[in-house]
Write a protein that binds this ligand. Structure first.
Ligand code: ZN
Length: 168
């Protein structure tokens, strides 16, 4: 599933990319431009804007309206709707630009990352978009992300249990 997000969802967009989703984040786009792009590229619109949501539905575009203000609530809602899956093994994308990441040799990033990180970690990834080229490694930032993702995965269990109870 590919997504397109509007200006109010920058943080969510970065997280969805880390989770491996193809996300086009349109910070300053007019509603019309965003709708056209979604239709052309077969993307599901995620928005907090009721007017945009109503417009999208009227045109038959796939759209999700998020009423939650906090990131975790937004992610949980997307999981609940079945729009995203939490799969910690899926390949991340660059949170900055959304391009795919490629694993690079430690030797190739010497001088490009802090000495301390180079000494502590062995796995490094580079954004494949040359204009961006940001380098990532399994530091504390990623561990925090992993923990949050695991927490998110846990919410699926109570939901499944609820479903079973309803069926009985
Ligand atoms: Zn990038």
């Amino acid at each position: 599933m590919k997504f397109i997000t509007d200006g109010m969802l920058g943080r969510l967009s970065r997280w969805l990319r880390i989770m491996g989703y193809d996300v086009e984040y349109m910070r300053d786009a007019a509603d019309e431009e965003l709708l056209r792009r979604a239709e052309e590229e077969g993307r599901t619109i995620i928005t907090r804007d009721r007017d945009l949501y109503a417009m999208a539905r009227k045109r038959g575009a796939r759209a999700i309206l998020l009423l939650e203000k906090d990131l975790f609530g937004q992610l949980a809602r997307l999981v609940e709707l079945g729009a995203i899956n939490v799969d910690p093994s899926s390949e991340s994308r660059c949170p900055i630009c959304g391009s795919t990441l490629k694993e690079v040799d430690k030797g190739d990033v010497a001088g490009m990352v802090p000495e301390k990180s180079l000494a502590l970690y062995d796995e490094f990834w580079k954004c494949e978009n040359e204009a961006c080229g940001k380098i990532y490694w399994m530091g504390s930032h990623w561990r925090r992300i992993e923990e949050r993702l695991k927490a998110l995965e846990d919410i699926k269990t109570p939901l499944a249990q609820r479903g079973r109870r309803d069926a009985e």
